[in-house]
Design a protein around this ligand. Structure first.
Ligand code: NAD
Length: 426
């Protein structure tokens, strides 16, 4: 795999700045492990009613077979959680890390072993993706997939599972958290600095390689001149560079040559489409690393593919709407993209916030009010979306643990049956 950039520690950073790597690989992973342990203990004490005639209990068994955990490149914490949660709940796990995050994933695996995880409960399998997918889904012992990554990969695995359904000893659990086309909706009552700072942070932190990154901004014509001026001024201050060499860097390279080529095509589209104009950025250069400038595009067509599809790079598209038509715009946001991951509404008017909550109920699994669409914290904003964004199993919450257990209810009677007949028949 190609590292994101030619620095001394490319595989550790995965193109993140030091603080972003710290938040991910240390802070969030620790939160996952500690909260999951707490939730597991609480689940264990969640027991059915016992009555004088019977003692009832629930045993939270692991699934019968193995779980395949397949992780994406962009979050070290996610890989640890995808493998760690099923293991915590008593499962055997085959963990296939991303090709472009091997070293950090391996470090997490070794830390788990050092911390006392018995050998072979989690098997670390740095394999080719399709070969791994074919192999695990054709085993009769396959009983679960814990996946985070792109929609095409998840769909492919799901189809393979259905094709192999007759082989399995148990119906497999399929959990998949996928991409997003996350929105910031700005009402004319919004606080402009919150919009500008929240949008820049959300769209461009980690070079836009976050599933929750804001990639479409809907701004009212009344506020747009102010927003635009501030957005471009602040955009000019974004420091692009190698975070391993310069700790002041906010923004670095994208992960590999494939990502670079994909995003370059979108930049080409923005440059050539008559509906689109580039307001800032738009260049890229792979001579010293896969660098793409943070790019802001304005679209005259709210249904242009750039407003609908996930780019997974630093490209933000703005659609300016007539202030009075904000209700239509809320409908438009809901119906523009197949995804339903994250979204934000910026408004001081409480009635508008209520309207937006109602109209966008199914448009985002994580919904923010006057805050950016990124930055979910374990146990505070459990994460995940529906529609094409995945099965919304909410890692970072107690619900997630239930996916990886097959509970057994046990009744011990204290009143032996003395007659097969009902009492009224006696
Ligand atoms: P990807 O789909 O390319 O790869 C994900 C994993 O699947 C990798 O380990 C890859 O090697 C493996 N893989 C690829 N083909 C396979 C196959 N046929 N069988 C089995 N495994 C296969 O995704 P990526 O580029 O690593 O990650 C980016 C994507 O992940 C984006 O779409 C992003 O939005 C999404 N993501 C979602 C969340 C979330 O919580 N919703 C979090 C992080 C990333």
């Amino acid at each position: 795999a190609q590292p994101g950039m030619h620095s001394s520690l490319p595989f550790f950073f995965q193109g993140k700045t030091v603080i972003q790597a710290e938040i991910d690989a240390a802070a969030e992973l620790i939160d996952f492990f500690r909260f999951n342990a707490k939730y597991a203990v609480e689940l264990e004490s969640s027991q059915p009613l016992s009555v004088p005639s019977s003692t009832n209990s629930m045993v939270y068994r692991g699934l019968e077979g193995f779980v395949a955990a397949v992780s994406p490149f962009n979050f070290t914490a996610i890989g640890g959680n995808l493998a760690g949660t099923p293991a915590l709940m008593g499962n055997v796990v085959l963990w296939k890390p991303s090709d472009t995050a091997l070293l950090s994933s391996f470090a997490v695996y070794r830390i788990l072993l050092e911390a006392g995880l018995p050998p072979n409960v989690i098997q670390f399998v740095p394999a080719d993706g399709p070969v791994f997918g074919d192999t695990v889904t054709s085993s009769e012992y396959f009983c679960g997939l814990n996946f985070t990554g792109s929609v095409p990969t998840f769909k492919r695995l799901w189809k393979q599972v259905s094709e192999n359904l007759d082989r399995y000893r148990t119906f497999p659990r399929l959990a998949g958290e996928c991409g997003g086309k996350n929105f910031h909706f700005v009402h004319s009552s919004a606080d402009v600095p919150s919009v500008v700072n929240g949008t820049l942070r959300s769209a461009f932190e980690y070079s836009g390689q976050k599933c929750s990154a804001c990639s479409r901004l809907y701004a009212p014509d009344s506020l747009w001149p102010q927003i635009k001026e501030k957005l471009l001024e602040e955009h000019g201050k974004i420091k692009v560079g190698d975070p391993a060499q310069d700790f002041g860097t906010f923004f670095s390279a994208v992960i590999d040559d494939k990502s670079f080529a994909r995003i370059k095509k979108w930049l080409q589209h923005a440059k050539t489409s008559p509906n689109l104009s580039i307001l800032a950025g738009g260049n890229c250069d792979d001579t010293v690393g896969y660098f793409i400038e943070p790019c802001i595009v304005e679209s005259k067509d709210p249904k242009d593919p750039i407003m609908e599809e996930e780019i997974f790079g630093p490209v933000l598209t703005v659609f300016v709407y007539p202030e009075k038509q904000y209700k239509e715009i809320l409908q438009l946001i809901d119906t523009t993209s197949p995804y339903g991951l994250t979204g934000a509404v910026f408004a001081q008017d409480k009635n508008v916030i209520q309207e937006a909550r109602k109209l966008l109920r199914n448009a985002a699994g994580n919904f923010y009010i006057n805050d950016k669409s990124t930055g979910a914290v374990v146990a505070q904003q459990p994460f995940g979306g529906s529609r094409a964004s995945g099965t919304n199993d909410k890692p970072g919450s107690p619900h997630y643990l239930l996916r990886w257990t097959s509970p057994q209810a046990i009744k011990e009677t204290h009143v032996p049956l003395r007659d097969w007949k009902y009492a009224y028949m006696l």
